[in-house]
Design a protein around this ligand. Structure first.
Ligand code: URP
Ligand code: ZN
Ligand code: ZN
Length: 463
């Protein structure tokens, strides 16, 4: 199957130019002006952008968590991804007690079998850091194709600082990258006790119990571990201005610390927790939503290069029956997480590019090219000859009002309900095959269940 995309604006992380793009089979075969030749399908991309498919490197598909599980599995989650222009997902794969990293990777791969509609990879989450697990890092990097490892400084399954240091040493040696959920657990435990005594249990106290300084302190501590070991570190879901400042300070010293943020931390504020009828529970995620100051600082962090990756932390739980029932009367019992995989590209385009906060090229960098580089996805993330034909035909004039009923995520709300979008994906291709198509007023999934492949990633090179 071959496809010719005619007259589109090809957007790369460094510039944009008008061209035709010819795809044969899975890959991009040629790019040029007025390309000559036959194709099975010709797409008129005049007036449209030709973007590399977005990569979401932070999802929790089907993850068991807080007495329930994230509702999107590999089928519904990757269908939603495809309909949002996300053509690669790197999913968290949390190790179970007693499991080796290999067993952990094989288990989650099996969950995706026959289900994924776009390509995916995995980050093992280290939860049971036995000595043999630290030793297994070498194989995970070199043989399993999973060179990035998640650790949590919070939750019951957190690791201690000694484990983090050992992991940083191992990843430095073998070409891996540690990813950290950075919040100070003792600050949070203390605040939880204070609010418990005072009977303050509404969703707003989720935010109050996890103040900015909890993130700031954890990032500062993790940065010291990077200084000690000379390793590299990637901070997931950065949420606060104070956390960003610690990352900037570390980077100024020459430390290799990278950061990811998510649309919710760029657009929403803690006022959402005050929505009536326990609706604030919809936004209970960790770290919590902050204030306008942090939103604006993070946009600047992206524009200035201190935040290199945009991800979603997609971890959906229905409001009805999960966020409301499980948590009612105590914010601590509300399953942490929110949906976002389908709205990533549209939101970043409207709120970032259209509003002049970042350039189109920066958007492509933080959603695709830079993400592929960070995570060793050598065939992804770029419209270039020889790369996988993961392509989004994006119409910058197409309007869309975000509403849950027109999205494909398996969840009963979106945090961005009512947001007016300017610019939408109108056709999405995964390795040369169309997976989503604009139809009247929304995208339809037109791909094939099970076509998504597990992608083995390259070791982390550092930059
Ligand atoms: O609240 C969140 N972020 N839930 C998912 C797990 C995590 O911490 O990333
Ligand atoms: Zn986290
Ligand atoms: Zn997460």
């Amino acid at each position: 199957m071959s496809v010719m995309f005619k007259n589109g604006l090809v957007v790369t992380s460094t510039g944009s130019y008008k061209a035709d793009v010819f795809v044969d089979g899975d890959t991009i075969k040629s790019i040029g002006t007025e390309l000559f030749g036959q194709a099975d399908e010709v797409v008129d991309a005049g007036g449209k952008y030709i973007l590399p498919g977005a990569i979401d490197p932070h999802t929790h598909l089907a993850m068991p968590f807080m007495g329930t599980h994230a509702q999107d599995d590999y089928e519904t989650g990757t269908i939603a991804a495809a309909c949002g222009g996300v053509t690669t997902v790197i999913d968290f794969d949390l190790q179970q007690k007693g499991e080796s990293l290999e067993e952990c990777v094989e288990r989650k791969k099996s969950w995706a079998d026959g289900k994924a509609v776009v390509d995916f990879s995995l980050h093992p989450g280290i939860m049971d850091p036995r000595p043999e697990i630290i030793e297994e890092v070498k194989k995970a990097v070199r043989d399993y194709g999973t060179p990035s490892f998640k650790v949590f400084m919070v939750y019951d399954f957190r690791v201690d600082d000694a484990t983090m240091i050992k992991l940083l040493e191992a990843t430095k040696k073998y070409g891996g990258l540690v990813q950290v959920h950075a919040e100070n657990v003792y600050v949070i435990q203390h605040m939880n006790e204070v609010f418990e005594k005072e009977g303050k249990l509404d969703p707003i106290y989720h935010a109050k119990s996890r103040p900015n300084l909890a993130e700031e302190e954890a990032i500062a501590r993790a940065a010291k571990m990077v200084e000690l070991t000379g390793s590299s570190l990637y901070v997931v879901h950065l949420s606060s201005m104070e956390g960003l400042r610690k990352i900037q300070e570390a980077r100024m010293k020459g430390l290799r610390i990278y950061a990811e943020t998510c649309p919710q931390y760029l657009l929403l504020t803690e006022d959402r927790y005050k929505e009536p009828d326990w609706q604030g529970a919809k936004y209970v995620m960790s770290p919590p939503l902050r204030t306008k100051e942090s939103n604006e600082a993070l946009w600047k962090g992206i524009a200035g290069g201190d935040v290199q990756v945009l991800a979603t932390d997609h971890c959906p739980f229905d409001f009805k029956g999960k966020k409301d029932m499980f948590g009612r009367d105590d914010y601590k019992k509300i399953p942490n997480g929110a949906p976002g995989i389908e709205t990533l590209l549209m939101v970043l385009h409207t709120e970032g590019v259209v509003r002049g906060r970042i350039t189109l090229e920066k958007m492509v960098d933080v959603l695709s090219t830079g993400t592929a580089r960070m995570f060793g996805l050598k065939n992804k993330g770029e419209i270039a000859v020889g790369k996988d034909a993961d392509i989004v035909v994006f119409d910058p004039k197409q309007n869309f009002t975000i509403t849950c009923s027109k999205l494909h995520m398996n969840v009963d709300y979106t945090p961005f309900e009512g947001y007016e979008m300017k610019g939408m994906p109108v056709a999405v291709y995964s390795r040369g095959k169309k997976v989503a198509q604009w139809n009247k007023d929304q995208l339809d999934f037109v791909g094939e269940k099970g076509r998504g492949r597990f992608i083995k990633r390259e070791p982390f090179e550092g930059f």
